[in-house]
Design a protein around this ligand. Structure first.
Ligand code: AHR
Length: 522
């Protein structure tokens, strides 16, 4: 357990001391030390992966639009979205689901679009899809984004042969019927897709399997998931639901670390904490729902710690990646929208959750080497929302913009004791953070102050780091429930951060309430 994690856990467990609340608006001083990482670890860029499912208006009506829509397009791919996502350097994009993946038959989505059969999206709103967005269109989108494709194979309702054919279609260069078909469909060269999820949520919508049964099914599918020249596969086990430690235990034991590159985990933050009844409103919430959302989001740290400890038992060398390939805030849908489309607004609160979660992943980078926010466009905690021609970037998008400096940078552990943010007799750590050094030697510290009323003053020591200047960027707003609208898309946006300065060899900074700040020291 890192010092940061240990101290954060202490703060979570401690009872609330009477009178411990600082005066509103007062600033508490935190002593923070940026330590040299030993041994050296990288923060994988894949922690900042995204997810695009055939769900609501993520693909159809999101990335993939009607020819008549008056927006910049390449074919039917919406280029204003592509431009926005290119700026944040999306490292991988997971597709086609989610629950949808275990109903998807890839062969229906290749060949002349007019001849592709239609399909009912039974998981998400029973919409009729025409399969016009299929494998080639997804690969074209990944090419435009400059991102790694991460495919989820259909294990729930597909066959081993179907998955194996998809791999051959994408990755082989021999004169087989699959390759001839790919060439006929316009792509002579192999696509080289190496990231393959073997099923999705196999404990639930992917087939309601037991971990024992799934382990055998995985081994069968993985046996026929072949490496083709130049494309060694990253075979990924469909992992646990939240804190279901038994799923991870059984998969690690029965499948064994040698047969997998990665193992996944899904955890969503529900404001109310309950799947039944209301999950909580996306906007217009009070401090009670703000606090409980953060408390539930912070559980990610304990959940990752628990699964990582089980993985350590079977994989001491930490070869297997833990991929949190679905995470994010899940609220009630926007009033008046299709409940099956999972369309929700996105507030400063969600941005604070994003910053906090990415800090947690960075601080677990010895094991967490991939993650996918759910989802990229118009679904759940989206980066981008669209309304016909209009498009906006959510506060969560801006957090990914800030944090891209950590991609493949060297991890620097932090040591500090967080003050509390207390509400309704409970408390959580107000401050969370992570740090890294990039390949040019610049140090970046990402800081989140969850306290909606009180600033935090930081005195930061950086033994072994020589630096002269500090700059930074900040995300905040007047209220944690503020959001961007199609009429005011820049209501919440990044600003220069002026609250940091060099004091001797220390960094002094004041972190405003409810803010995400990333500073750069050079
Ligand atoms: O992201 C929405 C859904 O959440 C996914 O389809 C599924 O995997 C998860 O339950």
């Amino acid at each position: 357990m890192s010092v940061f994690r240990f101290l954060a856990a202490l703060a979570l467990a401690a009872p609330l001391a009477a009178g411990a609340q600082p005066q509103e608006g007062a600033s508490q001083t935190v002593q923070l030390t940026v330590q040299p990482g030993a041994p050296k670890l990288l923060i994988s860029k894949h922690i900042q992966g995204q997810f695009a499912e055939h769900l609501g208006r993520c693909i159809y009506g999101g990335f993939w639009v009607e020819p008549s829509l008056n927006v910049p397009k390449q074919g039917r791919i919406r280029m204003d979205i592509v431009e926005a996502l290119r700026k944040i350097h999306v490292p991988n994009l997971r597709w086609p689901g989610g629950c949808f993946a275990d109903t998807y038959h890839w062969h229906d989505g290749v060949g002349p679009a007019a001849q592709r059969p239609k399909m009912l999206n039974l998981w998400w709103g029973n919409t009729l899809e025409d399969n016009s967005f299929g494998t080639h269109e997804f690969m074209e989108l990944c090419g435009l984004l400059g991102t790694e494709p991460y495919l989820a194979a259909n294990v729930g309702s597909g066959t081993v042969q179907e998955m194996s054919n998809w791999m051959e279609y994408l990755n082989s260069n021999e004169d087989t019927p699959m390759v001839q078909e790919r060439k006929k469909n316009g792509h002579p060269e192999p696509y080289h897709v190496s990231w393959w999820g073997i099923g999705n949520e196999s404990w639930g919508c992917g087939g309601n399997m037991t971990p024992e049964y799934y382990s055998d099914v995985y081994k069968r599918y993985a046996t026929f998931a072949h490496d083709y020249p130049g494309t060694p596969l990253k075979r990924i086990v469909s992992g646990a639901n939240g804190d279901d430690a038994n799923w991870t235990e059984v998969c690690m034991k029965n499948i064994g670390p040698g047969r997998m590159w990665g193992l996944t985990l899904h955890y969503y933050t529900l404001p109310t904490g309950s799947w039944s009844g209301s999950k909580g409103k996306a906007t217009g919430f009070g401090e009670d729902m703000y606090f409980s959302t953060l408390r539930n989001a912070l559980k990610m740290d304990a959940i990752v710690t628990r699964h990582a400890a089980i993985m350590d038992k079977y994989d001491k060398a930490k070869k297997v990646a833990l991929l949190v390939d679905e995470w994010g805030v899940w609220t009630d849908v926007e009033p008046g929208t299709n409940p099956g489309f999972l369309y929700q607004q996105n507030t400063l609160r969600d941005a604070l959750v994003a910053g906090t979660t990415l800090n947690i992943f960075n601080n677990h980078c010895d094991r967490v080497r991939g993650a996918n926010l759910a989802q990229a466009v118009n679904v759940l905690q989206a980066l981008v929302l669209t309304d016909k021609e209009k498009m906006l970037l959510t506060p969560t998008y801006h957090v990914f913009d800030l944090y891209q400096v950590h991609q493949d940078a060297e991890y620097l552990p932090l040591q500090f004791q967080s003050p509390d943010y207390a509400f309704g007799g409970e408390k959580i750590p107000a401050l969370n953070a992570s740090a890294s050094k990039d390949k040019n030697g610049a140090v970046h510290i990402s800081l989140v102050n969850l306290d909606p009323k009180n600033a935090l003053t930081l005195e930061t020591a950086l033994p072994g780091v020589s630096w002269k200047t500090v700059t930074g960027r900040l995300l905040t707003s007047a209220s944690v429930s503020d959001y961007n609208t199609f009429d005011k898309p820049n209501n919440i946006k990044l600003a220069d951060f002026k609250g940091a300065k060099k004091k001797g060899d220390k960094l002094a900074l004041t972190l405003p309430p409810k803010s995400v700040v990333v500073v750069e020291l050079k």
